[in-house]
Write a protein of this length. Structure first.
Length: 75
């Protein structure tokens, strides 16, 4: 399974310096980890769990899709 995973730093107000969120928008999932690699590892683990749960329920996992990420700036 392959999916897009945007990564962004955790808000400094959350008091987790060096941590990042990893989002799986096509499935509505979010996780976090220390550093970008930690967040991506957490996303891989979360996707494995999601697929396992779907299969255990007798369902086929939804085919993943890739996303295009763009940045816009507003003055």
């Amino acid at each position: 399974m392959r999916d897009s995973v945007p990564v962004e730093p955790v808000d400094p107000a959350d008091n987790l310096p060096g941590f990042y969120y990893a989002h799986v928008p096509s499935l509505g999932l979010t996780t976090h980890g220390e550093g970008v690699e930690g967040a991506l590892a957490a996303a891989r683990d979360l996707l494995h769990l999601w697929v396992d749960e779907k299969r255990a329920a007798g369902e086929n996992p939804t085919p993943a899709r890739e996303s295009l990420l763009a940045t816009v700036e507003v003055d």
